[in-house]
Write a protein that binds this ligand. Structure first.
Ligand SMILES: C[S@@+](CC[C@H](N)C(=O)[O-])C[C@H]1O[C@@H](n2cnc3c(N)ncnc32)[C@H](O)[C@@H]1O
Length: 224
């Protein structure tokens, strides 16, 4: 976890500019994530943004759900500082530096969202986190995760990887692509999508769905 924190402390300043180039259809995936929220746009809902980074998800959330209160949690103090600055004109947002594996969450959330963060923890920790998320949701509340996933076969792993690299070629040369690939290998622990859907079911979620997918990235979750 210390490596993950260090990496995001280092890239925080360039994050917003770089990630739209690194992640294919980044904005479309964030929109799909937010579209999963089943409540009226004017309702005062309580939302948790896990691994909020520089606050992209919360900014999109506050635009669509202006009366929501949002808890933003991230491991990296620098990412939280940037999020605070980006979101300074919005009301009803609280920020915490902490690890979602052991953070003492409040209860009573209507929605828990996470984007591109949970693939930094291993299978067992994901299962534990999914249970913790289930426990802090209100009945009828939802959890959706926009995340990197592992392919179920070697062939599909190659297909996913080729799609990722082809996207990188639009903005980077070979040397930089190799560097990005190595960083992903060293920092990411994606799990198979189908297994994660099963874990969600095991901890109690229903109406489980994959609402958006592009090769190695998917938006998936369910309802309590
Ligand atoms: C790729 S960024 C995604 C940021 C943002 N959610 C987005 O979609 O733009 C991943 C973020 O997850 C955070 N993160 C990773 N592991 C975490 C953990 N165990 N607890 C809290 N935050 C974590 C990192 O610090 C980083 O800011």
């Amino acid at each position: 976890m210390r490596n993950v924190k260090k990496r995001f402390e280092e890239v925080a300043d360039e994050y917003d500019e770089e990630f739209v180039k690194l992640i294919p259809h980044y904005q479309a995936s964030i929109e799909a994530l937010i579209n999963t929220i089943p409540f009226d746009e004017n309702k005062e809902i309580k939302i948790l943004d896990l691994g909020c980074g520089t606050g992209v998800v919360t900014k999109n959330l506050k635009e669509l759900f202006p009366n929501s209160t949002v808890t933003c949690l991230d491991l990296s103090p620098k990412m939280i500082e940037i999020a605070k600055e980006k979101l300074k004109n919005y009301k009803g947002i609280e920020f915490f530096v902490g690890d979602f594996l052991n953070f003492e969450f409040e209860e009573g959330y209507d929605a828990v969202l996470s984007s591109l963060a949970i693939h930094h923890i291993n299978d067992n920790d994901k299962k534990t986190l999914y249970k913790r998320i289930y426990n802090i949701l209100n009945k009828g509340g939802i959890f959706y995760n926009n995340d990197r996933v592992e392919a179920p076969t070697n062939h599909l792993q190659k297909v996913y990887h080729d799609a990722f690299v082809n996207n990188l070629r639009k903005n980077y040369g070979n040397e930089k692509i190799e560097e990005i690939d190595k960083i992903a290998d060293d920092n990411d622990i994606p799990s198979k999508l189908y297994e994660q859907l099963q874990w969600l079911e095991e901890v109690g979620f229903k109406s489980i769905d994959v609402v958006w997918k592009y090769y190695a990235q998917g938006v998936f979750g369910g309802e309590k």
